[in-house]
Ligand binder design. Structure first.
Ligand code: TRP
Length: 487
């Protein structure tokens, strides 16, 4: 069956293509870099449990809300919102929900591509290393055998010190993204997802099995699922988990509205929402189960125990992927090839997300300014490249430039500010407005005709969208932003 918006030549060619593209957008650096880093920084179990709570009670209902507004609206995120608002007799200003999200998606793209550029850089390192190992017939040994541990630990700092290289890798990644988006929904975005996502799933399974056999799997399980109840009540852990749940499902960023608009009428959106959320959450957890066993395997027993007890922290943040992991690959059998496969896997996940991040604003701007897709894509991609390039100086010359040194931005350079601003403010605000709009403002018959739900499931969904989502997001936003409120 042809895509829903066939009149404009835009639309998924099948239900599978829609699900793969949506899962491709959801599964990305958020699952593979941000989730393990946040789980590590927020004490493991407490964060993971609150994260799953947020996915089920907030993420899933909002995912359905966003896709249904898009499918009914058949336009860009903002256009779709306007149309549904108008048909419901409400103000077109509600489209601000999509506007905030679209700005969020665009800002995420700026730094996302910088990070993905680091992945490209590490793919290069591991390709060279694999070739060396093949030549020396040492493929079953650890990776990077010709370097000391200190040298491996210095790979990321060395990249940070080298602005030219960082900008070059960022440019390569952005160029690939622009190329795919410029080719259109069916001809570019869908193809990327349909080809890369199956390979991605194969790779992550191979790496997880490898980690289970060669790494400290039990310790990783304990770290991710044993929780310290006291941390569960910490508002900053809650805000992080909520932000991460929205970020990881690509919610509050106009995207699921945009992708929903390309979905055919006969697709059951409730069902696909469950599939998308399940796939994304599984990948986050599996990523944790792939990464932590490998990292924990190289830790001394005492410091591992301290991490499990919560008295010490995992080296969190980006160091997890770009420092701890390469060190671990150095010590593990077949490290070169596993390292190479690992970074290729992350690259595939990043690309299916970056095309979506760009599409959120491209789909709006092509209509708004009535310009050809390729031109709009190049202009928006180019602008995102420049902003991201500037943010990349946060890792060298502008590391001490912290223009907004307060609340969640405290001590953050530009790069971190964009991340915090999007995940902890823009995405939650957009999601909050979506929930209020779909729950209270939009015409009920219109909503009911799109959501594919009936009976008890329908009542549960409506209850979550009307009461739980707005209340929980509002409370978490306020207490997370203004920690003093609780005292
Ligand atoms: N979900 C993506 C990830 O986990 C990041 C993301 C957030 C995103 N909002 C988006 C991707 C909008 C595409 C579109 O990496």
């Amino acid at each position: 069956m042809a895509g829903a918006a066939a009149s404009t030549g835009e639309g998924w060619s099948s239900r599978t293509a829609f699900v793969l593209a949506a899962v491709g957008s959801a599964v990305g650096l958020g699952n593979l870099v941000r989730f393990p880093a946040e789980a590590g920084a927020n004490g493991g179990g407490a964060f993971v449990i609150f994260y799953i709570f947020c996915v089920c009670l907030i993420g899933l209902p909002i995912l359905l809300s966003e896709t249904l507004v898009g499918r009914h609206g058949q336009s860009s995120a903002i256009g779709s919102f306007k149309k549904v608002a108008k048909e419901s007799g409400a103000s077109g200003w509600w489209s601000i929900a999509a506007g905030v999200g679209m700005v969020g998606a665009f800002l995420i793209l700026t730094y996302y591509s910088v990070l993905a550029g680091w992945i490209v850089h590490f793919i290069g390192i591991f390709i060279g290393d694999t070739i060396n190992a093949i030549g020396a017939n040492t493929l079953t040994n650890g990776a990077l055998a010709d370097r000391s541990v200190e040298d491996v630990q210095a790979l990321l700092p060395a990249l940070h010190a080298n602005s030219t290289q960082m900008l070059l890798m960022h440019a390569i990644f952005m160029a690939i993204t622009v190329y795919a988006v410029a080719r259109g929904v069916t001809g570019g975005i869908e193809k990327v997802a349909v080809w890369l996502m199956p390979i991605f799933f194969l790779l992550i399974i191979v790496i997880t099995i490898y980690g289970a056999f060669n790494g400290a799997f039990g310790a990783a399980l304990a770290f991710l699922f044993e929780f310290h109840p006291s941390r569960l009540l910490d508002p900053s852990v809650q805000l992080s988990a909520l932000g991460q749940a929205l970020f990881s499902l690509s919610l509050g960023s106009a995207l699921m509205i945009t992708y929903g608009a390309y979905a055919a009428r006969d697709i059951n959106l409730a069902k696909t929402s469950v599939q998308i959320a399940t796939a994304d959450t599984s990948v986050a957890i599996i990523a944790g189960l792939a990464i932590f066993p490998i990292i924990f395997a190289t830790l001394a027993p005492l410091s591992l125990q301290a991490i499990l007890d919560g008295t010490e922290q995992v080296q969190g943040g980006l160091g997890l992927l770009f420092v701890s992991l390469p060190v671990a690959f150095q010590a593990m059998p077949g490290g070169s090839i596993i390292g190479l496969l690992f970074f290729i896997m992350v690259f595939f996940a990043a690309l299916t997300s970056s095309v979506a991040l760009l599409e959120a604003s491209v789909s709006w701007a092509t209509r708004r300014f009535n310009q050809p897709r390729w031109l709009v894509t190049i202009i928006l991609g180019g602008t995102a490249f420049l902003i991201g390039g500037w943010a990349s100086f946060s890792f060298n010359s502008q590391a001490d430039f912290k223009p907004l040194d307060f609340i969640i931005f405290a001590d953050q350079p530009v790069f971190g500010i964009i991340d915090e601003l999007t995940a902890k403010i823009l995405l939650p605000v957009s999601a909050l407005l979506v929930a209020i709009f779909v729950g209270w403002v939009a015409d009920r018959r219109l909503i009911d005709s799109e959501n594919g739900l009936s009976g008890g499931m329908h009542r549960t969904w409506l209850f979550l969208v009307r009461w739980i989502c707005p209340a929980v997001i509002a409370i978490i936003l306020l207490t997370g932003l203004f920690p003093g409120l609780l005292e």
